[in-house]
Design a protein around this ligand. Structure first.
Ligand SMILES: C[S@@+](CC[C@H](N)C(=O)[O-])C[C@H]1O[C@@H](n2cnc3c(N)ncnc32)[C@H](O)[C@@H]1O
Length: 292
């Protein structure tokens, strides 16, 4: 008899294989990973449980939950939107309709700035950071968890994103060193910082039109698009950063793969020098650090 995904009484191992098969048959690229995340979420298990106890029976409620999650994934909802959270730099961050899903590429920026910030902290220098366009709070919270002396202000134009970031700080035990502000770039930001960090929107209107439906339907447009040339946010940050940067401070930015030259030129015009750059795991230009 043909088996259907998510049938009560099946084993964990069987339901995982079947969920993976259904996703692969629908042409979903990360079928294995997505199946694992769906089954683990619905059965409150982790990766080791299926290895340790592949024959564990799946209850009726769990089977129904798997079916419901699988249907949403097959309808095109990204797996982390379905789960409601995504991991970033070892932290689990809640998502909301106002936040971008934090992407692994953004860890490149965190990796690039951490050695400078660690050095400053080790030398007893202050480490006050501003995360502009914080979304889930990903960049600021990753720095705070790595540098216990650091304090962060997290700003976003979307009140819902600021609220999500505040909640993520709380659930990750970092809220004592984390402040939030609703702000159009530097509009409502006060004070000076040792590092201004940002993964701003950086795609063009034309690139947006060509994005996959899954991204367009679930990531907020203002988290992605920055005008006709994709550089509007960098212009705003380059123009406003000097007023909020302490002497010796840095500006760390995520960039689009083709933007290194243009973003560097924008910051040079405002009196900055490029101190450092890094590529992501795919070898594409992904993060820049400027100083004055
Ligand atoms: C690419 S997302 C980055 C989110 C998060 N930092 C991350 O890396 O996952 C860009 C963020 O910038 C915010 N944003 C867009 N325009 C803004 C503006 N004018 N002022 C402040 N934030 C803005 C968006 O709401 C969004 O959260």
């Amino acid at each position: 008899m043909a088996e259907t995904p998510g049938v009560a009484g099946e084993t964990l191992d069987a339901v995982l294989r079947r969920t993976r098969g259904a996703l692969a048959a629908a042409g979903i690229a990360d079928a294995s990973l997505d199946a694992r995340l769906i089954v683990e979420h619905a059965t409150s298990t982790d990766r080791m449980d299926v290895i340790r106890d592949p024959g564990r029976p799946v209850s009726r409620d769990e089977a129904l939950a798997i079916e419901a999650l699988l249907a949403r994934r097959l309808a095109g909802e990204p797996v982390h939107r379905i789960l409601g959270h995504r991991d970033f730099y070892g932290l689990t961050l809640g998502l909301s309709p106002d936040t971008l899903e934090p992407r692994p590429d953004t860890e490149t920026l965190v990796d690039l700035v951490l050695p400078r910030l660690r050095r400053a902290a080790a030398e007893g220098r202050p480490c006050r950071i501003l995360d502009l366009g914080t979304g889930t709070g990903a960049i600021a919270l990753a720095v705070l968890v790595q540098i216990p002396q650091a304090h962060a202000v997290a700003a976003d134009i979307a009140p819902g994103a600021v609220e999500t970031a505040r909640r993520n700080a709380l659930t990750n035990g970092l809220s004592e060193r984390f402040e939030t502000v609703v702000s159009d770039w530097f509009g409502h930001v006060s004070g000076c910082f040792d590092a201004i960090l940002s993964n701003p929107p950086y795609i063009t209107d034309t690139e947006y039109a060509a994005l996959a439906r899954e991204v367009k339907d679930h990531d907020p447009v203002r988290a992605l698009v920055a005008g006709a040339d994709g550089l509007d946010a960098y212009r705003a940050i380059a123009a406003g950063a000097a007023q909020h940067l302490r002497p010796g401070g840095i500006v760390g930015l995520e960039i689009g793969a083709s933007q290194k030259r243009a973003v560097t030129a924008l910051f040079e015009t405002e009196g900055y020098v490029l101190l450092d750059a890094a590529s992501d795991l795919g070898g594409r230009d992904r993060a820049l650090v400027f100083g004055r």
